[in-house]
Design a protein around this ligand. Structure first.
Ligand code: ATR
Length: 291
């Protein structure tokens, strides 16, 4: 029941119409008996500062930030968490007395998702596909979780080099090795965890994978695609075809939301509750039980 005590959280982005975040937060609020609602807010270009100030004035408890504002929002915050500053992207704002503090829950969300699937990063050899915003965050995650080596493969080698240099410098260790995409043919003969962080294969271009050569997939023991729409990407299919295990990105979405919810409400959400929400997300996405 919405009443005079109801707290509001929301999502700022453009577009926001297809978001699954209201499912996550409104379901958690219901399960935990919190008097909280979560609403998407479509914010036009040029209106971000007004939106953040307005949200503070309206006593909003917290916000998620999505495309295209994850970096643009930083100047309007009262503070930024260390990890979010390193990554250079904020997806969660938490209200304090002066304004909003910025956090990044995407990366810890991916880590929690991987842990829940039993996927290790420590000591692994990783192939990271992509050098955009999502890939940068994954590169930081790998560097901070004791990866052995990350081969960062990207269409634009220049962008791969920039990301690798930055992550190696900030992590204080040389573990990210930039390569052009075509270099996949010359990687060491090892078995890899591959993380797919490009936008290739995203709905509606579902018949594409960033590397289509089946030979490449022979060396992948586990493939993790950050894409969740579709829930079975071409990349995942190619991984499975060569005997590897394949995962989509819906659990990462789940846990970035769970961690934001924990920050807003100063609670910890049990794995059991999180998995109940996950079932609902799968239902909304019409994802088969086997995936
Ligand atoms: P996000 O924030 O989701 O990471 P992004 O920053 O736009 O999105 O990054 C998109 C990634 O997908 C980049 O690594 C991009 O490669 P480039 O840096 O060379 O542009 C990659 N990408 C997009 N379309 C691609 C394609 N057709 N082939 C190969 N890589 C592609």
């Amino acid at each position: 029941m919405i009443d005079g005590y109801t707290r509001t959280c929301g999502l700022i982005g453009n577009p926001v119409e297809h978001t699954l975040s209201p499912v996550i937060h409104n379901m958690l609020a219901g399960m935990l008996s919190h008097n909280l609602v979560y609403v998407p807010f479509s914010v036009e270009e040029g209106k971000l500062e007004d939106a953040v100030k307005g949200a503070f004035a309206l006593n909003l408890l917290g916000l998620n930030i999505t495309v295209p504002y994850k970096s643009q929002v930083i100047p309007y915050l009262s503070g930024i968490d260390d990890l979010a500053e390193k990554i250079g992207a904020v997806n969660t704002l938490v209200r304090n007395s002066e304004g909003f503090m910025g956090y990044n829950t995407d990366m810890p969300g991916l880590y929690r998702a991987m842990c829940s699937e039993g996927i290790e990063i420590k000591g692994q050899d990783v192939i990271l596909l992509g050098a955009g915003g999502a890939a940068r965050a994954v590169a930081f995650l790998c560097a901070s979780k004791g990866v052995n080596k990350v081969y960062l493969l990207n269409r634009s080698l220049e962008k791969a080099c920039i990301v690798a240099e930055e992550v190696n410098r900030k992590a204080g260790r040389e573990c990210i090795y930039p390569k052009a995409l075509a270099e996949y043919k010359h990687l060491p003969e090892k078995s890899f965890l591959a993380i797919q962080a490009t936008s290739v294969g995203l709905y509606p271009e579902i018949e594409k994978a960033v590397i289509e050569d089946e030979d490449f997939y022979r060396r992948i023991h586990t493939g993790y695609d950050l894409i969740y729409k579709p829930a079975d990407t071409k990349f995942m299919q190619l991984v499975r075809k060569q005997g590897g295990r394949a995962f989509h990105g819906l659990k990462m979405l789940l846990y970035q939301g769970v961690i934001a919810y924990e920050l807003w409400n100063d609670v910890s959400v049990s794995e059991e509750a999180a998995l109940q929400v996950y079932e609902m997300l799968k239902e909304k996405m019409e994802i088969k039980e086997s995936l």
